[in-house]
Design a protein around this ligand. Sequence first.
Ligand code: EPZ
Length: 419
Amino acid sequence: MDKILIRGGKRLRGEVNISSAKNSVLPLIAATLLSGDKCIIDNAPMLDDVFVINDLLRSINADVKIDEKLQRVTIDTSNINRCEPNGELVRKMRASFLIMGPMISRFGGFKLSLPGGCNIGTRPIDLHLKGFNALGVKVNIGHGYVEAYADRLKGDKVYLDFPSVGATENIMMAAVMAEGETIIENAAEEPEIEDLGNFLNSMGANITGAGSGNIHIYGVRNLKGTTYKPIYDRIEAGTFMAAAIATRSKIKINGIKEEHLKPIIAKLAEAGVYIKVDGESLIIDADRKLKAIDIKTMPYPGFPTDMQSQMAAVLSTVEGTSIITETIFENRFMYASEMKRMGANIKIDGRSAIIEGVPKLTGAEVRATDLRAGAALIIEGLSAEGETQVLDIYHVDRGYVSIEEKLKKLGADIERVKQ
Ligand code: EPZ
């Protein structure tokens, strides 16, 4: 297992280029199953999770070519079968369940291993299944599998008790060739949902309102292949903003969409950070006195849960008391014990983390427990005095392309040690 070594205390400077969004590319790759044609995804991030979902598609006989140099994924799903994919592969990544909707659309049914939970929560799928049921899909769960089948798919209205991102995406893909109109109410509004809607429409779907709380899907007879460039990764951009703040630096971030970063920019401005957006780039200057703030994670357009750990790393070094409340996942504070090893003062009280800023953090050996916690520990290491070793860096590789290379280019004293 690789680890990352950081000798902290150095300012960052220069520019960083953001990759395309992991949480957009994964549903887009699942959606290629709907076309029975060839799809090309350009500027695809070469992430472990992208390789996993492509292996999953290969396991049902999709022809997938990945050009790492061109960052292009070409997927031909004309010869896919409905063999049950390798359970190990499915359980490796929760997003695997996003192939359920497309396979129901394409074949009228499918059998898939139940997606595992993960470190941050149980990750149920009840809202996905509620949507499938509304479309006339019968679902059996047993022996660790979900088996879904439908004689025909008929559009209907679905109200999501919670604006689940994955459930919204799966239901969109199950409804896209159903008979008549499907309306998803209280749908997730994340930018990645809008991106999926645009991708599906570029394949010939008829979807309006993706990215709003009410999505209308008018069933079409079939979908064709497409070429598409996904949106930038707003969470990667936010992560580099957090790295700049933790080191009190001024850097330029290329590859952003201001609209998608609004909740993050608003919260950081509250802390006293200077941010100036210029088209698809922004300048962030944190070389100034910062203020403790309170954060509550909410579904988009609220503050994103995927930035919660990174903000804890930042606020650990800001004088005063900050409170972070996590309302989306039940177990997303696992980084706290690791950060305490570096001198952070964090108390967990139910769904809140109470953070007292300390004048200085000290480097230590710490362990990544999940993707964003790993990124947060790297951010702490950049700010801490001395050397930090972040173990189990495979968690971070799931969602960040060569994070240590991008930070090194910004002047960080950081390297990956292959184990
Ligand atoms: C997506 O996960 C993202 N993953 C997550 O990013 C992100 O944290 C999450 O959305 C919230 O924004 C991808 O897009 C691949 P949800 P997803 O369904 O779809 C409950 C990262 O770090 N829920 O919106 O699984 C669930 O328990 C990852 O990049 C149900 O109750 O998230 C959770 O509390 C982590 N029933 C809440 O909704 C369901 O059927 C949010 O889950 C589904 C979800």
